[in-house]
Design a protein around this ligand. Sequence first.
Ligand code: GLA
Length: 726
Amino acid sequence: MPITFHSEKKIFKLDTSTSSYIFKIGEGGYVMGLYWGEKLDEADVDYLTVREGHDSNVPLSASVPDWRFSPDTMQAEYPAYGTGDFRLPAVMIKNAAGNCVTDCRYGGHRISRGKKPIPGIPSTYASDDEAETLELFCRDVTGAEFTLVYTVFEDFPVMTRHAVVKNGSDTPIWVEKAASMCVDFTHPAGFELLHLWGCWARERRVERRPLGHGITKISSGRGASGHYHNPFAALVLPGTDEEHGDAYGFNLVYSGNFAIEAEVDAFGLTRVVCGINEDGFSWKLAPGEKFYTPEVVMTYSNSGLGGMSRAQHRFYRRHLLEKKWLASPRPVVVNNWEATYFDFDADKLVDIARDAGALGFDMLVVDDGWFGKRNDDSCSLGDWVVNEEKLPGGMGKLAERIGEFGMGLGLWFEPEMASRDSDLYRAHPDWCIHTEGRDMSIARRQYVLDLSREDVCDYIVDALTSVLSSADIKYVKWDFNRKLTEYSSAVLPADRQGELFHRYILGLYSVVGRIKERFPDVLLEGCASGGGRYDPAMLALFPQYWTSDDTDPIERLYIQYGTSMAYPACTMSCHVSASPNHQTGRKTPFSTRCDVAAAGVFGYELDPRALSEREREETKRRVAEYKARRHIVTDGDLYRLIPPDGDECAWMYVTKDKSEALFTYVRIKTMIAPVAFVRLRGLDPDRTYVDGDGRRYLGSTLMRAGLNLTGGRRDAESVTVYFKAE
Ligand code: GLA
């Protein structure tokens, strides 16, 4: 049984495949953390409780006679605001009397097999024989009730946590903060924080730094999880590298305002609190109502960052992503955005599709510009009616014409928006998020629709349904190109305006869910000006995500490296684009663009008619090779061999049975007389592997001595080697 309760000592022990998470119910009903790390063989680790005499500035608890105990130094599972713990709170409830003093004490628990969904919010799933769930029932004297939910996965070093707040009183209360989880670590060594920062076209750069005393907050307040910070962070012990050392990953399954906070207190204890960002948040609960937080995926590895990422990738493939799209190979697409931008008509698209079909592609994605009178980005978002001047006969005709070349049709939408110049905005200005009496900020000449409103959500579902049912459309790229400002809703009462951000996200999940229900065979690709909302909740709905608008293969090395810390390759949409690159102006070899794009879900973002004869031949070979070998990347294990910190970068994917591997090396910047041996990882040491030239190597030799990549590679040149075990 992965979850055990020792009733005498009141200790809970949660065992994943390789880790243990232990906490206890202490005197006074305090829920106190004891341990999270490599699996322990015993549960009774009560001696890990912090109990030290302190000065009079540390408050004692009236319900615990032990003078050494203080809520301010205990390792709390769900610390409450205002009752003696001055560190980061996990929960803060404003009661009918208007104060926020909150307490959270144990009142009972239930252990059951499997895992229940979280109403309205995407979450990981498991069958009864794969996981076990503990619900810990806690309460405050005010009548506020808290359920802390822990799910333990038996085959992965992973658990999830979320919380439910219920108003058990007979007056309204307001949830001012309800984190999904809190962990108090006792490691005295001090942690380093690894997180993913960025901006448009520069997403998910890896930063690692020591956690100093005080509070560190990684967050978003933009209404979306965002480009700037990703809802993922890892705590690592100093010295942890790709293959060795402790790494603790936290990934919030949520697409809106989030916060991952860490506090190191005066005693050297580190607290991590993770959940919805409390800034601007307030949720009213009428008597009997419940509030559900999103969940956090907590991954522990004692084999470094590589071990943590591989565990999380496998876990997401098994327990987060839609099975249907893992099993069936996804189409290899040509997207016309960088090929034509807004300058296209049906004949041009058909010409592109003819060429693409001959090269082995499966789908043409018509990206923007096909609706309303949209010939640039100034208008028509919200007016989801096909522009028949450009596309006579509508989508049905286009699908039929490109279908002759074996090409499916995909379409771009930006459903959550209305252009200032649109029929939709003219008819319903109050449908856009705005604050009466204030100017509306504008970005890309568009406003954000208020998805907290049912009428707005219904409009979006109907508008998309009408286009998607007009033709055989097999794929939708769902974009989101600006963030929320002047946050208030025209329909929420004054004491519920703090609910807007979260209601927006709930509205988004429900709209996407309804579209998926109506069109279960349409593959959805997520996008938010590239990877601006790349989070696990989106991935539960969108099996693949446009990783970044930056398609320069050198920039992509950093972006894909950072993305891979948390997310598997089968979610990363990666396209070969033109050179010089449209974002950076950098010239790169065609083969490098192919090698880097083949590290994810491969496609093209250029006009195939502009390819040279040699590039056409290479494209044919690359598309065919990708189709034959994609399982290694999309279902295999990733080993990051050389991070893109210097002048070179290398990685490899290995199938679970270790019978095939795909290795890629990129020389970022050329060097005179370079000597490069790269040791491979993840192979079977006892098997013989053969490369494309027929050269045979023992797995152990490749891992101990490495491949010899010595030779004068120029800037941005690369090589990919496919290995097959005999
Ligand atoms: C955003 C997306 C791009 C493309 C354009 C279309 O920038 O990230 O991939 O779809 O919109 O306007």
